[in-house]
Design a protein around this ligand. Structure first.
Ligand SMILES: NC(=O)c1ccc[n+]([C@@H]2O[C@H](COP(=O)([O-])OP(=O)(O)OC[C@H]3O[C@@H](n4cnc5c(N)ncnc54)[C@H](OP(=O)(O)O)[C@@H]3O)[C@@H](O)[C@H]2O)c1
Length: 293
């Protein structure tokens, strides 16, 4: 399978597996550097951030590594998100966790992300969560300004329903190029509730967050049932779970969350696994506890 794909016909070309930086504040600076270099060495050139990751610290940790290794930036694609305001000692003005998709906040948050990462542009900016108070015209104005200034090349959303996606899209002069949603063997409802079909119809790829379901079930019963498939494909359990997502014809981009460089290397081998249709359905059966109707 090709290591790179376009997220949307007018969207960026990203590595098919994307490295997520959410948990990367839990590792040392040396391990962070190894994670990033290992990813790049193995064809994973796209990194998923958010302003809030690591209590607003992860982008800066990543940016510090780039300051030490400035040549790496040109081979990277950077994604970030905005719109959530956390309760944090760093943000004493936040009285309650809330969403803010105002024009002023989108622009300020993006400019802070650029500064922390040490880059002049993001390849993709996502609205992190659907905001019940979202004024689509304000989001449009913010997106247009950031695009005209060259600060953001492409825009998308995360955790939006198809209706929320369509609403925002109807206000924009350019396409939303992704909806980043939770998808895994363990959380597979988006394959059945119309969410993925909606994106597929729009030729828009989903970015799948928590492709291993966040790791909690990696020692569980579902995984034990995959032993014969591990032997058949000479694959590990995580490779089978990534391959399960990669088989979907809508072209799903898993956003992996490991903090171990060795597991980054392991993930890339999933691109060479082509799951047989019956094996795909068998995995689904183990995860849901029942056969399809
Ligand atoms: N848009 C959103 O709302 C949203 C929400 C959540 C996450 N995200 C994005 O999605 C990315 C991935 O999320 P995630 O971290 O929950 O993804 P994940 O890949 O499903 O889970 C990663 C976790 O699973 C553990 N794990 C256990 N067994 C593993 C194995 N065999 N191989 C690899 N990992 C294993 C990892 O531990 P080790 O570190 O020890 O390998 C790590 O703690 C985040 O970094 C973030 O960029 C987005």
């Amino acid at each position: 399978m090709s290591q790179q794909r376009q997220l949307h016909p007018q969207g960026p070309v990203f590595s098919r597996i994307i490295a997520g930086a959410w948990r990367w504040n839990t590792v040392s600076a040396d391990t962070l550097e190894r994670l990033i270099k290992t990813a790049l060495d193995h064809g994973i050139n796209t990194f998923d951030h958010a302003d809030i990751y690591g209590d607003y610290s992860n982008e800066a940790l990543f940016g510090d590594m780039l300051k030490k290794n400035p040549s790496l930036l040109k081979s990277m694609k950077l994604v970030s998100k905005c719109g959530i305001k956390l309760l944090s000692q760093k943000k004493p003005e936040h009285r309650v966790k809330h969403y803010d998709t105002s024009r002023a906040h989108i622009i300020a948050s993006t400019e802070t992300s650029l500064q922390r990462l040490g880059t002049d542009h993001l390849d993709l900016l996502l609205i992190h969560r659907p905001d019940p108070l979202m004024d689509a015209a304000e989001v449009r104005d913010a997106f247009i300004q950031l695009k005209q200034q060259g600060k953001v090349l492409h825009f998308g959303v995360s955790n939006f329903t198809p209706a929320q996606f369509d609403l925002l899209q109807s206000h924009l002069p350019f396409p939303l190029v992704t909806n980043q949603i939770e998808i895994s063997l363990f959380n597979n409802q988006s394959l059945f509730d119309g969410s993925i079909d909606h994106l597929y119809q729009l030729k828009t790829s989903a970015m799948a967050w928590s492709p291993l379901g966040g790791g909690k079930q990696m020692q569980g019963e579902v995984i034990q049932n995959l032993n014969h498939l591990k032997r058949k494909y000479t694959a590990t359990e995580s490779q089978l779970l990534y391959a399960w997502l990669l088989k979907h014809p809508s072209v799903i981009f898993p956003v992996i969350g490991t903090t171990q460089p060795e597991r980054i290397v392991e993930s890339v081998k999933a691109l060479d696994i082509s799951l047989d249709r019956q094996d795909w359905f068998e995995m689904l059966k183990w995860a849901t506890g029942k056969e399809v109707a």
